[in-house]
Ligand binder design. Sequence first.
Ligand code: HEC
Ligand code: HEC
Length: 386
Amino acid sequence: MFQQQVVFEMQSLEGPEVCSCCMKRARCPRFLFSSPRIVKTMKPFPGKLCICCVVLFAVAIGVRRSNAQDLAVLPTSAAQSGDTSEKIELGKMLYFDPRLSRTGTVSCNTCHNLMEGGDDARATSMGVDGLTGPRNAPTVWNSVFQGSQFWDGRAPTLEEQAKGPMVADVEMGMVGHDQVLSRIEKIPGYVTAFRDVFGPHDPVSITNAVEAIAAFERTLITPNAPLDRYLGGDENALSDAQIRGMELFESVGCTECHYGPALNGWEPGDDAEFLDFPRFTESELIEKYDLVSDKGRSASSGDPGDDHYFKVPTLRNITVTAPYFHNGQVETLADAIRVMAITQVDEELTDQQVADLESFMKSLEGRFPEIVLPRLPTKSGATVVR
Ligand code: HEC
Ligand code: HEC
């Protein structure tokens, strides 16, 4: 570590020693310290430093560390007890199976594409029969690190969330969960798999199906991003621009809401963080991107106090999940950053600041696990989609 490499040396005033850092612009060594002058040698620094500069360096490092306190390393596992490999594999099959949709064309992966950002790259998603809903598909990568699911947080858990899309008319469009289960029951390989995982008593149920899907989703995490390596002590993991961006992210106030391992204001054991958006309503960008027609959380909670409250979303892998915001109206990350700065912290950023923040966001791209496509069981000689 940088700080541990500081070694003390006592030097006499008479010597030719001058501080390599401030010799050209300050006379602090002469004025502040009498003989013997203390000079420190910093290993990564070519030359010697006076005590003033060492203190300044230490403060700068301390400030940088305190900036990083709001940010946290993404855990390398999110498995829960009971997440057996068989359960995860069953969840993966259900996740990739379009036969769980009315038309046999739409799976979870259609809108949360794991070959890419875990979303669908569209402003708002397209489900069965080309129908579209009002909201943008959030990524499923790292969704386990959220205190609640959906833009308005109306589902408390991944399991509760997964019950929704199969029967949402603009998504997978099934008439009800019974229709989903009767399709699954017609496929012998599924019945065997459910029995192997959940035992012989009523194995094919919606509770068990979503439990398996959630177990699979808990494997969809992307640790070891450059930021994680930096926070773990690798000073070289971030570029200068990324460090500038990280410092600005803190100093301009983004971390008021975007903190914690997923930068979504959530840490294990907490409730999800909901904040008003837009908070400062003067900007013309609000109308341009239609950021106020969706009332957010109040539509599901029924509480007018929740008007325009949204869950703070994760910023992990944000570079690969354009377009942005609950309505997907903002096409580029640079513009999303400008919108946030104006609407949430009342700051108009320079192009350089936007570029630095965007560089920092690049440091949130983690390592994506390799996923082998599952072989889906079939009904021999017949289709189950009618
Ligand atoms: C037609 C596209 C579509 C399909 C199919 C679909 N989703 Fe989604 N998903 C969305 C949209 C849009 C949202 C956000 C809706 C909202 O917030 O109101 C969402 C939200 C989510 C979230 C919450 C993420 C967050 O950050 O809050 C998870 C998790 C998720 N879906 C998983 C699934 C799973 C599992 C399936 C399959 C059972 C599935 N989705 C099927 C479009 C889809
Ligand atoms: C007061 C809380 C708050 C502050 C401060 C804040 N954000 Fe946000 N951020 C949110 C909320 C809430 C959303 C979701 C908005 C929505 O409904 O689309 C969001 C969304 C975003 C998104 C888009 C996410 C996506 O998946 O589409 C980005 C990027 C972002 N914030 C970056 C920033 C940056 C950079 C800053 C600092 C300049 C910042 N935020 C400050 C609360 C905040």
